[in-house]
Design a protein around this ligand. Structure first.
Ligand code: MTE
Ligand code: MO
Length: 478
C-alpha cells in the first residue's frame, strides 16, 4: 500500500455525501465506499452512519462483518493511508470542564444533549440489536457529570431509619449476598417526547423512540441488603419508602429518588443493586460500580452510581422526585403548575413503537405488504398480550407476531416484547409511485390497558408519558 497517498482524518471527515464522495476509515486505511453503498447487504442507511469516520464501532455491532468477504470487499476500495497521528482518536478534555472526564461514547448514538450527556440509538439499530441492547448503544440519560469512582474505596451506605447505618464495599456486596440475573427494560419518562413537542412545545430533551433499552442485569437483591441492614421484611411498619442517592452531584445537589417499600422488598419485585450489565462490569455511563435497577418502573428511579440507600417513613425530597417526573393535565402550564399536587411517576403505562421502517422510508411499488418491526412494553411487570398495526388510519388492524421475553411470566414481565407484522399496502397506495401512507401501532398489556390514539389529550408541560399510537409516514416508490 506504499504507493497510496497519505490522507488526513480531517480530510476524510469532509467526505460524507454523494457529491464529495463517501469515505470511511478502518485502522489506518482510508476507503472510498461511494459506489459500494447501493449494494451494501445491510442497506444504504446503515453504512452511512460511518460516513467520514471509523467503521469499527459499527462492525462490532453487526457480527456478519467478521467474515473474510467483508474484509476483501473493503480492501478493494482502499484509496489511502492515515498518518500515524490520526489513527488514534485523542480525547480532548479541558481540566476545568466538569464534563471533561466523561467517558467516550459510541458514534452511532443520536446526541440530544452533550453536557450532560443524553443520547439514544437510532430506531433501526435498536431493533437490529435484538432482545438485549448492547451496552455501547443502550440509551444514556445523565443529569450531571459522570462521577469517577474508585471501586476499591467505594462504600455503599445503607440506612434503615431507627437503626445503625451499614457501610458495604463492592466486595461485601458481591460476597455477602446471592447473585440474581434479571432481564429488564428501562425506559425514560421522556421517551418519544419529540412527538408530544409536535403538538405544543414542552420543556425537556427531544427524545425519539430510543430512550428505552433492554439489559440482562446481574446484582444482588435490594431486599436482601435491606434485611442485612436491619429492615424487618415481615413487618408492615412505618417505613413506607426506600430512597436512593447517587454519587453524581453539582454544587447544590446529588441525583436521587425513591420507590414505595412494597416494590423494594417484594420477593417477586426483582429490584436489584446491579454491578453487571449484559455480563460486563457496569460501564461508567450506566452507574459504575453499582446502580439500582427497578424493573417495571420509570428509569428515573433506577439510580446510578449508588451512594446511599435509606428505608424511610417519607419519600425522597430530591428535586427529581418532587419537582420533576410527574404528569399533569394538558391545561396546566408553567404559570399554574403546582408539583406538590401530583404523585411521582413510578410504574409506566403501556407503550409501543415502530422501529423499522423508519420515517419517510420508501415502500416498493412492486410489493403488496410492508414488513414492520418494533417493540412494546408496559410498566409494573404487565406483559404484552397483543400488538395491532394499521396502514389505513385504524380502519383495519393486523395483529403482530410477538417474541415475548423468554421465561418471564405474563405478570412479571420486566422486559419488552419485540414484534413484527406483514401489513398489506392499502388499496389506494398499492403500486402508485409517490403515494403517501402512514402505518401505526398500538399495544395491549396483560391488564388490557391499551394506548390512546392521539398525543393532544395526554400532552403535559414536561412531555412525559408519551404513549399514543406510534405513526410512521412512508412513500411508495419504484
Ligand atoms: N441516576 C443518577 N445517579 N443520575 C442520573 O442522572 N438518570 C436517571 C436514572 N438514574 C440518572 C440516574 C434517568 S432519568 C434515567 S431514564 C435512567 O437513569 C437512565 O439510565 P441509563 O443512562 O443507564 O440508560
Ligand atoms: Mo429519564
Amino acid at each position: 500500500d506504499s504507493d497510496l497517498p497519505t490522507i488526513r482524518r480531517a480530510d476524510v471527515q469532509q467526505h460524507k455525501t454523494k457529491e464529495t464522495g463517501i469515505w470511511v476509515i478502518r485502522g489506518d486505511g482510508v476507503y472510498d465506499i461511494t459506489e459500494f453503498i447501493a449494494s451494501h447487504p445491510g442497506g444504504a442507511s446503515k453504512i452511512m452512519m460511518a460516513a467520514g469516520g471509523n467503521l469499527e464501532p459499527f462492525w462490532r455491532l453487526y457480527a456478519q462483518h467478521e467474515k473474510q468477504e467483508a474484509h476483501d470487499i473493503l480492501a478493494g476500495l482502499r484509496i489511502g493511508t492515515l498518518p500515524a497521528e490520526d489513527v488514534v482518536v485523542h480525547k480532548v478534555s479541558a481540566a476545568d470542564d466538569p464534563f471533561g472526564k466523561d467517558p467516550e461514547r459510541h458514534p452511532a448514538l443520536i446526541v440530544n444533549s452533550a453536557k450532560p450527556y443524553n443520547a439514544e440509538p437510532p430506531p433501526d439499530l435498536l431493533i437490529d440489536a435484538g432482545f438485549t441492547t448492547p451496552n455501547e448503544i443502550h440509551y444514556k440519560r445523565n443529569h450531571l457529570p459522570v462521577p469517577e469512582i474508585d471501586p476499591e474505596t467505594y462504600r455503599l451506605q445503607v440506612e434503615v431509619e431507627g437503626k445503625q447505618c451499614v457501610r458495604l464495599s463492592l466486595e461485601d456486596l458481591k460476597m455477602k449476598f446471592p447473585h440474581y440475573r434479571v432481564a429488564a427494560t428501562i425506559q425514560c419518562a421522556g421517551n418519544r417526547r419529540e412527538e408530544m413537542m409536535a403538538v405544543k412545545p414542552v420543556r425537556g430533551l427531544s427524545w425519539g423512540l430510543g430512550a428505552i433499552s433492554t439489559t440482562e442485569w446481574t446484582g444482588v437483591r435490594l431486599r436482601d441488603v435491606l434485611a442485612y441492614a436491619g429492615f424487618d421484611l415481615n413487618e408492615d411498619g412505618p417505613l413506607q419508602h426506600v430512597q436512593f442517592e447517587g454519587l453524581d452531584r453539582d454544587m447544590t445537589q446529588a441525583y436521587g429518588g425513591s420507590i414505595p417499600v412494597h416494590k423494594a422488598v417484594d420477593p417477586h419485585g426483582d429490584v436489584l443493586l446491579a454491578f453487571e450489565m449484559n455480563g460486563e462490569p457496569l460501564p461508567r455511563d450506566h452507574g459504575f460500580p453499582v446502580r439500582v435497577v427497578v424493573p417495571g418502573v420509570v428509569g428515573a428511579r433506577s439510580v446510578k452510581w449508588l451512594g446511599k440507600i435509606i428505608a424511610s417513613t417519607g419519600e425522597s425530597q430530591n428535586h427529581w422526585q418532587q419537582k420533576d417526573y410527574k404528569g399533569f393535565s394538558p391545561s396546566v402550564d408553567w404559570d399554574t403548575v403546582d408539583f406538590s399536587t401530583a404523585p411521582a411517576i413510578q410504574e409506566l403505562p403501556v407503550v409501543s413503537a415502530i422501529c423499522a421502517p423508519t420515517a419517510h422510508a420508501l415502500v416498493s411499488a412492486h410489493e403488496d405488504t410492508i414488513p414492520v418491526r418494533g417493540y412494546a412494553w408496559s410498566g409494573g411487570g404487565r406483559g404484552i398480550v397483543r400488538v395491532d398495526v394499521t396502514a389505513d388510519g385504524g380502519a383495519t388492524w393486523h395483529t403482530a407476531q410477538l417474541a415475548p421475553p423468554e421465561g418471564q411470566p405474563l405478570h412479571r414481565a420486566w422486559a419488552w416484547t419485540l414484534w413484527e407484522a406483514e401489513v398489506p399496502v392499502p388499496e389506494g397506495a398499492r403500486g402508485k409511485e409517490g403515494a403517501k401512507l402512514e402505518i401505526a401501532c398500538k399495544a395491549t398489556d396483560a391488564s388490557y390497558n391499551t394506548q390512546p390514539e392521539l398525543a393532544a389529550p395526554i400532552w403535559n408541560l414536561r412531555g412525559v408519558l408519551t404513549n399514543h399510537w406510534h405513526r410512521v409516514p412512508l412513500v411508495v416508490s419504484d
